[in-house]
Write a protein that binds this ligand. Structure first.
Ligand SMILES: *Cc1c(COP(=O)(O)O)cnc(C)c1O
Length: 350
């Protein structure tokens, strides 16, 4: 796709013609005055007024942190809301299809199924690298969205930048790059490219590195026309005032120190675990988890539960047979994981 191609033709006709709900707070945004416009309870308790529907303060703060213009930033109730909005903006139910890499994040397929949109899964190569040719081959005239996830969940690897760029340039579709784990990776984000490619959407989230999973704050970087469409289709007050306030406060505290420790611990865990006798492979990770292939994944999974440690069993996921996904925890939690794995190794032999 050429630079700055008009993406209007990819938008569902009913969405192109939508006149969105206009909130009382959209129409007037002063700080003084007597507010008798929204049928709120007038007695102040901190939450009696509807919150800012545009999350302006958060977007301004994210603009500073991420070095992106506010007009290119959409904030969602978790990345999951952004995924669903994109589905509803671009995919006509019963007609459109989406293309997603496999294995990858489960929500792309769930959201597609809810919206009655066909999912076409394109396997990654055996080493989990991205094959741009097979992704492009899976796209046809009804493909509206292509989902890539980098670093990918559950494989952990960052995808090749030039392969992703080829798909952005050649697919003729909206390309969504889910960068939920970008903060743990040395490969840079693609977010600044949304200024060049109107068909690119880059998703990030405060749920992982920022440690705010419970507040539900996802970020979509996109062309301003796409940000506008997402603003039209979302629920007017998609992020509560309590969340907005807590997010703003949390964004004042950098998390670089925690991320550095997690990345160091990832290296330590990978080294120790890969030397264990029942471990066949620890996949290289750009994220805050390790995909570990072992001799009997179900048995180890149950053993770890017995030791009070929950990991994610990916044994029945395509290309992940024999694999468990282990999140990197605090150093003492990782020590507990290592101790349990050593105990398992001894018990197996005995
Ligand atoms: C965890 C995760 C997310 C985060 O979703 P939120 O709704 O923002 O919490 C998004 N994408 C991937 C691939 C993830 O693993």
């Amino acid at each position: 796709m050429d630079m700055k191609t008009d993406i209007t033709r990819l938008v569902r006709a009913n969405i192109r013609e939508l006149s969105p709900y206009s909130t009382a707070r959209d129409e007037y945004q002063g700080s003084l005055g007597v507010f008798l416009d929204a049928n709120e309870n007038p007695y102040e308790n901190g939450y009696n007024r509807y919150p800012d529907p545009r999350q302006t303060k958060i977007r301004e703060r994210l603009s500073e942190i991420k070095g992106m213009p506010v007009e290119n930033i959409f904030t969602a109730n978790g990345s999951d809301e952004a995924i669903d909005l994109l589905m509803r903006i671009f995919c006509t139910p019963g007609k459109a299809n989406i293309v997603a890499i496999s294995p990858s994040y489960g929500m792309y397929g769930v959201s597609a199924a809810i919206n009655d949109v066909q999912l076409r899964e394109v396997p990654l190569r055996e080493d989990f690298s991205l094959d741009a040719d097979s992704v492009l081959a899976a796209c046809d005239s009804q493909t509206r969205l292509v989902f890539l996830c980098s670093p990918n969940n559950p494989s952990g690897n960052a995808l090749d930048r030039s392969a992703m760029l080829r798909i952005i340039r050649e697919s003729g579709c909206m390309v969504v790059i889910d960068e939920a784990y970008a903060d743990f990776s040395s490969q840079g984000s693609l977010r600044s490219l949304v200024k060049e490619y109107a068909n690119l959407v880059v998703l990030q989230t405060l749920s992982k590195a920022w440690g705010l999973a419970a507040l539900r704050l996802g970020i979509a970087f996109a062309d301003s026309s796409v940000v506008k469409l997402m603003g039209m289709v979302k629920y007017p007050y998609n992020i509560s005032k309590a969340s907005q306030e807590a997010v703003l406060k949390a964004l004042e505290q950098p998390v670089d120190g925690q991320v550095k420790v997690i990345v160091e611990e990832r290296g330590r865990l990978a080294g120790v675990i890969s030397a264990m006798d029942f471990v066949m492979k620890v996949w290289p990770s750009d994220a805050n988890f390790l995909l570990v292939k072992v001799e009997d994944a179900d048995r180890l999974y149950e053993f770890l539960i017995g030791e009070g440690i929950i990991v994610r069993n990916r044994n029945r996921v395509r290309s992940c047979a024999g694999c468990l996904r282990m999140t990197v925890g605090r150093p003492e939690e990782n020590d507990a994981l290592i101790a349990a794995l050593e105990k398992y190794s001894k018990q197996r032999k005995g």
